[in-house]
Ligand binder design. Structure first.
Ligand SMILES: NC(=O)c1ccc[n+]([C@@H]2O[C@H](COP(=O)([O-])OP(=O)(O)OC[C@H]3O[C@@H](n4cnc5c(N)ncnc54)[C@H](OP(=O)(O)O)[C@@H]3O)[C@@H](O)[C@H]2O)c1
Length: 257
């Protein structure tokens, strides 16, 4: 299947490692030029080299996307370098566990900024550029815990990931037909050095039991599987899909909607 992504330009936030890097690699394999960002410059450069090895031109911008002006700089420098923006993958995100009663305003501000507002700001800056090309697409990386209860201690994560799905649905309505907007909801994704990998290495028996009890297909998801889904959603082949949230979770989630 030709995805028709050759020569397009994609921004992927939080792409020095993990799911974001795998998404950038897959988009590069399909012929996209890539702009990536993360805070740790050395890791970002290593990732950029890996992505260049796939034949892509890569703009690697070390930055904290929660800092004022940085989302707009990411977009402007991408447009200046490549002359167009076709795809925005809002991948950056994190978790901060804590009992609701204990979480401070600062905790809420930090996670809302990272998991939600960074994507709002990059999207808002990118939309005028994306409207100038045919077949533009935005994809946010949410979580199955944006679609259903994640459990105690996850109020920040649950709330911000739900908000991302919610806003993508409204954006899909407002930005049609020029820009499609979707989200992806990964389950537990294991990759070398990632949080699930660390947990498996620390507590293999406990994690084996977790997988058996929680993931229907009987294994963790792979970052490549999320990357393939995102790449498809961002391509012309998904031209009728907008406002959708797609689980990539091996049957881990239980939500009916
Ligand atoms: N892994 C899973 O099982 C899973 C499941 C569901 C959803 N997700 C979602 O998928 C996304 C990626 O997860 P992951 O597990 O791949 O994460 P990860 O391994 O922690 O990687 C996060 C990436 O974002 C960068 N980053 C973090 N804070 C940043 C900031 N303030 N500004 C710029 N870059 C920043 C990190 O680099 P620096 O630290 O150097 O900045 C890194 O490149 C997240 O939105 C996560 O919530 C993951």
């Amino acid at each position: 299947m030709d995805l028709g992504l050759d020569g397009r330009t994609a921004i992927v936030t939080g792409a020095s490692r993990g799911i974001g890097k795998y998404i950038a690699l897959e988009l590069a394999r399909e012929g996209c030029h890539i702009a990536i960002c993360a805070r740790t410059e050395a890791d970002l450069e290593d990732a950029a080299e890996e992505i260049r090895a796939e034949g892509a031109e890569v703009l690697a911008l070390p930055m904290d996307v929660t800092e004022a002006g940085e989302p707009e700089r990411l977009v402007q420098e991408t447009a200046d370098r490549f002359g167009r923006i076709d795809i925005y993958v809002g991948n950056v995100g994190g978790n901060r566990r804590g009992d609701f009663e204990e979480l401070s305003d600062e905790d809420w501000d930090d996670l809302i900024n990272l998991n939600f507002m960074s994507h709002v700001r990059v999207s808002r800056a990118a939309i005028p550029h994306m409207k100038e090309v045919d077949g533009a697409s935005i994809c946010y990386i949410s979580s199955i815990f944006g679609r259903e209860l994640g459990g105690g201690g996850l109020s920040l994560y649950n709330t911000t990931k739900s908000a991302l799905i919610s806003v993508s649905k409204v954006m899909a309505q407002e930005l049609a037909p020029e820009i499609r907007v979707n989200s992806v909801a990964p389950g537990s994704i294991r990759f070398p050095g990632g949080s699930w990998d660390q947990r498996v290495n620390e507590k293999p028996d406990e994690m084996a039991q977790f997988v058996e009890e929680n993931i229907a297909i009987g294994r963790f998801g792979r970052a490549e599987e999320v990357a393939d889904t995102v790449t498809y959603l961002c391509s012309e082949r998904a031209s009728l899909i907008t406002g959708a949230c797609l689980n990539v979770d091996g049957g881990q989630s239980h939500s009916l909607i």
